[in-house]
Design a protein around this ligand. Sequence first.
Ligand code: DP6
Length: 322
Amino acid sequence: MQSEAVSHPNIALIKYWGNRDNELRIPANGSISMTLGGLENRMTVQFDAKFETDTLMINGKSAAPPMLERASRHLDLMRRQAGIDAGARVESVTNIPLGAGIASSAAAYAALTLAAASALGLELDQRALSRIARRGSASAARSIYGGFVELIAGDGDHSSFAKQIVPADHWQIIDLIVLVDEDIKHTGSTSGHALAASSPLQQSRIVDAPRRLKVCLKAILDRDFESLAQIVERDSDMMHAIMMTSEPPLHFWNGDTLQIMAVVRDLRAQGVSVCYTVDAGPNVHCLCLPGSEADALQALTDAGKRPWRVLRGHPGPAARVV
Ligand code: DP6
């Protein structure tokens, strides 16, 4: 009983922060993302009654115990569904920096869900897979699909799933991911989500979310970059405002993050089609149209006091069994 799956991370254009239910990972608000081809997680899962415990290797090394426990709990969901209690040998190979706020867990849990479900012979459609992936890492629900994807927040497990808005070939947007810091972030998303409700600003961010989702959806459907840029930057800033005002506060930006945000704003004022968005870490995703990529990359390279590594993503395909 062995299967291999490949999946891609995603960048949230409208982000969720905070859960309605932490245990089931039901997000407090809906979100929209772009699945990122160019970066991937390749996951092999093998179940065998001979394996007494689960094992997890990431890029050839044994994973830290908390990572293994989280993956095991996720596998339990599918083992229960299949009525099997065999141990699993899991191997992940990825070119995504881990725990640096570049959605490594989204790609990992999308691939783990798909590979495990396939190895166990569970016949699940994409919606069902996205609901299971959500319980591993909520943003993973979106990586089940390719292109531009919405995660519906819902009020329970059944109503909280992802769906595709448009496929990858609808709009070519390039994501230049500027890595200002590749270390594991000080606070993981899971602990961060649990603090969101302590910010007095969280409620108004949630109340305004349907409006931001609508603006973003229209910008994607119309391929209207300027509207997309404005709503994406505002949404990212709003999420960081929650982080900075939660108790205790979380400050993910550093000086380089702020510098890149300023460079991007200046570029756009000069007519370069680029905007920024920042997840739970200091690294900056600079989204641009293909015609603006060279200018954006040049300006970002010139701005760095030291050379920043830049990863490149583009609209990518759904998670798939290989
Ligand atoms: C800032 O989905 O990584 O990237 O469920 O705890 O793994 P867990 O959280 P995760 O949180 C993502 C937060 C975000 C915004 C987003 O992707 O919508």
